[in-house]
Design a protein around this ligand. Sequence first.
Ligand SMILES: [Zn+2]
Length: 331
Amino acid sequence: MKNHATHVCAALVLYFALCAASAFARNTADVIDTHLVAARNAAGFDFTGTLARLCVAPAAVPNTLRDVAPGPAPARDTWFANPAKVFDNLYFVGSKIHNSWALTSTEGIILLDTLWTYNSEEEIIGGLKKLGLDPAKVKYVIISHAHPDHVGGAKLMQDRYASRIVMGGPDWDSIEKSVNGYPEGKPKRDIVADDGQRITLGDTAVTLIATPGHTPGTLSMIFTVKDNGKPLTVAYSGGTAFNFPSTAANFDTYIKSQTKMAAAAASAQATILMSNHSEFDSAITKIRILASRKPGEPHPFDIGKEAVARYFTVTGECAQAARLKLTQSPK
Ligand SMILES: [Zn+2]
């Protein structure tokens, strides 16, 4: 009899444990949904690309460092885009997929990001020349992070024009450690960015904000552009996708950086959100719209403070959801 009672008790304990576990799983699923809804509401029609990439089934990334050689260059018509003047002092020299920007000043040019090795010569150097700008005047190149789709032209700019290359310390480290990633040579370690540092050139300055997450050394930026003489502030988000090893600690770092950059954008009163992928900031679409802008119409990049804030809600909320999924997924 005693034995039977023990079995009944054990079964009850197991039953309640299972109930608690399934209630926990249900609660977690509800909380994940809350984050996904918050991200969807924040995205509205402005950031559908960012929402799709970050909130719709982002892939889990194994906890190993990838150091692979870049693949062969894709066909030119998959990436080629014409350069464009976008503000009085900001020029697009990117591709259909990746952005590179030339910020002009009284003392030369600051280049933001440098595409792939295979298209940086044509898009950046060729693009600057088409726009009537001299690539030899590029004094600084700021790399948002050391992935091959942004750092590809850094060596070229350093070798040919002696441009100073600015990057986060951990990302310089990753370039130095890489065995396979730079078959055509690496840029040499140059300026190691500090959080809050200002890169000043003539009448222009770019403030660097350390936003680790996408990579450990990711840099975001705040700077001013002029639209027919009217100054407008840009928040440039330096790293977006969750292609870091999927650990809770990495997501925590990423989430903290989104909050930090949202605060920096708000205090600078940024009304423009830019990124280094058209997928995230719709640069190519906006440049197309800009071409038919009539006098008095708003600039398509000038979306307002409230929309800029919503961008960082999307990235932060999607990251919260992805982080919770890690703890939930059966292994
Ligand atoms: Zn990247």
